[in-house]
Design a protein. Sequence first.
Length: 247
Amino acid sequence: MKKIVTILLVLTLTLLAKEPFKLQEDKRIITHIVDLKKDELNFYLKDDNGTIFKEFKNLNRWLEKKHKKLLFAMNGGMYMENSMPLGLYVENGKRIRKTNRVKKAFGNFYMQPNGVFFITKKNNAYIKKTTDFKYKKYIKFATQSGPMLLINGKIHPRFRKGSKNIHIRNGVGVLADGRLLFAISNELINFYDFATFFKNNGCKNALYFDGFVSKIYLPPKYDTFQYSTFGVMIGQVEDVKKVESKK
């Protein structure tokens, strides 16, 4: 009898594990999921002449010349007055800026723990606390920001339910199946509620990107290049020929 119960339990857990992911939506939040096994996701900062893109429209214009179609874009981390990243930045395997290890300074970036979102050359994505992160040559893309929204399934200890500290916010989390959940609020929201959204969707770790400057490009609904200046931008692209073949 005990053996039968064990078998039934294993079968039940197996079936539950195979249940398709269903996004737990929040009307305050716009989302986009990227599967790195199928989708091309890149980080962008400068064009071929070394000029920082700053705006979605500039990035899109540059991609068009390379016969790439921009499918999704979002600002990807905090930056300084000159639009250079405030912390670590790796693009196509090249480390542009080193990890910012400063812990005590003004601003959300320095709310500890902050973290690093990175993608390896094998297209596996991770989010780690800065204190746990070590730069390796197998990293293809990386951006440092802060604070962490979720740390090993737990909401950042400094976030408070019902907080009146509300802003537009955006960030990213890694889903249980390894896909990436990008999110931006379409109304003012506090850190606690924003982090809870990622937790409700099964993310163990999630990272905050930025606040009021944050924007998203996600046609057909969000298909205008809203004006805002950024440092790092994260974009999903596809070859134009491939896009046209689907029509």
